[in-house]
Write a protein that binds this ligand. Structure first.
Ligand code: PLP
Length: 427
């Protein structure tokens, strides 16, 4: 309560902006994830890794727009690419060169798993289209998903937090990192010949940053092969991993997915999504073919996204830069684990994406392992970090951007340590 009172005292302008938003947006909100009590900050402008709120406070941005903000807020090459795209005119209603270039850059980066791909406006749409492709390709209906998984606003299998408004597929919900739970479902007589797809985040992202174990990911490939299902990797969040070509880059050739969905940073910070993979499946969308699957979308190839994405992938987030960011994330997570030792604060994640949860559990392999969420402690950490100038998600999610300095990261660790001191023995 003390933290909340201080927050209210420090943010009167954010409060009045929020109040006015509630008159036309339900709960003042148009992205459910951005609401937190007592009311969210209103950010006025940003530069590099810094956010500035409407009341004149500034924050180091540790959230990185849930991974889409990889380049920071004002990367000069990205900004110039967008400005020069604006100068060439908006919304052509036609194919254009940047579109072909970005597609080629993605195909090369994810080679050989992206023989053909298509763009969408968001990761949610990419999932929607990948599942439609799998159903059309197999002529089947059921989709294996994982409890705690998230593939966009219309594909959420997270418990508790809110009621999902999911697309009406026939879902079989298995347990993450448990290949037996997948087999049990896929081998039931009513399912065995009707599994169209298995869709998996190779690291559960917004459900708590829990990496998939290699044996689990390999097991999924086997089950998909046995059942004739399409294996879809949702790498909307994790495509930045290792050398910037996702968790799938670590797989041996026989374990590769059939389709992959992408999003977030690949659009350079503009709205973006893509799905692609095996030629044989993606050719279903070839409009030169009879009875091709329709896939439209006015802004799929919007000139700003294509220009920003292209420069980002070709010139900024090179495999070397990606590897360095991944390693920085690994190092940071270890430091955070060290300063939280012996407390309920548990850090999960991989590379530059991580999550902190309050739980007595020590070995977290699926979202169920977190147990009953201790949300009050998470709320305290969030408000404490805001008060000390660090912006993160209320639920404990962090995604590093290229704009963060070593000093920013060291300051974050120091403040987490200060939180541990202030809140022990409660945590
Ligand atoms: N898939 C995963 C794994 C995600 O984390 C998200 C968004 O957080 C999505 C899909 C949906 O992407 P978008 O928010 O661009 O619709």
């Amino acid at each position: 309560t003390q933290l909340e009172e201080a927050y209210i005292h420090r943010h009167p302008t954010s409060h009045s902006i929020y109040k006015s938003a509630t008159e036309s947006l339900p709960g003042g909100n148009t992205r459910s994830v951005l609401f937190y009590a007592p009311y969210p900050l209103s950010i006025k402008y940003a530069e590099g890794a810094r956010l500035h709120d409407a009341d004149g406070h500034s924050y180091i941005d540790m959230l990185g727009e849930y991974t889409a903000g990889l380049y920071g807020h004002s990367e000069p090459l990205i900004t110039n690419a967008i400005k020069s795209a604006v100068d060439r005119g908006l919304s052509f209603g036609s194919h254009h060169e940047d579109e072909a270039h970005l597609a080629k850059a993605i195909k090369t980066r994810f080679s050989p798993n992206m023989e053909l791909l298509r763009f969408t406006n968001s990761g949610t749409e990419a999932t929607l289209m990948a599942l439609a492709a799998a159903k059309a390709y197999t002529g089947r209906k059921k989709i294996v998903v994982f409890s705690g998984g998230y593939h966009g606003g219309a594909f959420s299998f997270k418990a508790g937090v809110s009621s999902p408004v999911n697309a009406p597929h026939e879902y079989l919900i298995a347990r993450y990192n448990s290949i037996d739970s997948v087999k049990d479902l896929a081998e039931l007589p009513e399912n065995r010949d009707d599994v169209a797809a298995i869709i998996v985040e190779p690291m559960i992202g917004s459900g708590g940053a829990i990496p998939g174990e290699p044996s689990f990911l390999e097991g999924l490939r086997k089950v998909a092969n046995e059942r004739g299902a399409v294996l879809i990797y949702d790498e909307v969040m994790t495509s930045r991993m290792y050398s910037g070509s996702g968790i799938q880059s670590q797989l041996t050739p026989e374990n590769r997915p059939d389709l992959t969905t992408l999003g977030k940073w690949i659009g350079g910070g503009m709205s973006f999504g893509a799905f692609g993979g095996r030629r044989e499946i993606m050719e279903l969308f070839d409009p030169r073919k009879k009875n091709a699957l329709a896939h439209a979308g006015t802004f799929n190839n919007n000139v700003l996204t294509m220009a920003a994405g292209r420069v980002g992938m070709e010139q900024i987030f090179t495999p070397e830069k990606a590897k360095a960011l991944h390693d920085r994330g690994e190092k940071l997570r270890k430091q955070l684990e060290d300063v939280s030792k012996g407390t309920l604060m548990k850090w999960t994640g991989l590379g530059s994406i991580m999550n902190v949860s309050f739980t007595p559990a020590t070995d977290i392999t699926c979202p169920e392992d977190f147990g009953k969420p201790l949300t009050e402690l998470g709320d305290c950490l969030h408000l404490f970090m805001l008060e000390h100038g660090y912006y993160m998600a209320r639920r404990g999610f962090l995604a590093l951007s290229l704009a963060l300095t070593d000093k920013d990261l060291a300051g974050f660790v120091e403040n987490v340590e200060a939180f541990v001191r202030a809140f022990q023995p409660l945590i």
